[in-house]
Design a protein around this ligand. Structure first.
Ligand code: PRP
Length: 181
């Protein structure tokens, strides 16, 4: 997510590197058990989910295919426009594949709902979503999320792939930011 010219500074750490790593291992154990013996395609959603996807597939440590989509809904605003643009679509067809969509955060739910519809239209064998951060207070549409890492309050978060105006994606932890007046 991003913004309107105001500077942001790190306010406090929400989840440390160690807490995130433990959660990734926990999610991977559940996913590995659910998909044992099934042809799995993981679809990471860029840019926000690039770090989470990289860590999750290594924690999964099972045969799978990796693909990416890039979408944008926020542009340089803090509020979603509600209009999702596909900047990069899948490289390979997903027909008859078990697809696991990987997102960094679900906020209004508009992006995830759009992605689910887009992927379901391509007849995968199954489709589930794994989201590291869930902000239920902000939800505008009801959308299923099968694997949730952390449920968080309605605060601006950055790090571990998540940006504020393209800053802070490199942080190894997740933090809340404060906007300066
Ligand atoms: C973020 C995030 C999700 C989406 C969630 O992406 O990665 O895709 O917003 O918000 P929603 O539930 O309100 O739709 P963003 O548009 O900021 O792009 P980025 O991943 O490239 O940073």
């Amino acid at each position: 997510m991003s913004l309107d010219g105001r500077r942001a500074r790190i306010d406090r750490v929400l989840f440390t590197e160690e807490e995130i790593a433990a959660k990734v291992r926990e999610l991977a154990a559940r996913i590995r058990a659910d998909y044992e013996g099934k042809p799995l395609t993981v679809v990471g959603i860029l840019k926000g989910a690039f770090v989470f996807t990289a860590d999750l597939v290594r924690a999964l440590d099972m045969p799978l295919r990796v693909d990416f989509m890039a979408v944008s809904s926020y542009g340089f605003a803090t509020q979603t426009s509600g209009i999702i643009r596909i900047l990069k679509d899948l490289d390979r067809p997903i027909r008859d594949q078990h697809v696991l969509l990987i997102e960094d955060i679900v906020d209004t739910g508009l992006t995830l709902r759009y992605l689910r519809e887009h992927l379901l239209a391509q007849s995968p064998a199954s489709l589930r979503a794994c989201v590291l951060l869930d902000k239920p207070e902000r939800r505008q549409v009801d959308v299923p999320v099968e694997y949730v890492g952390f449920t968080i309050p309605d605060e601006f978060v950055v790090g571990y792939g998540i940006d504020y105006a393209e800053q802070f994606r490199y942080l190894p932890y997740i933090a809340c930011v404060k906007l300066e007046d």
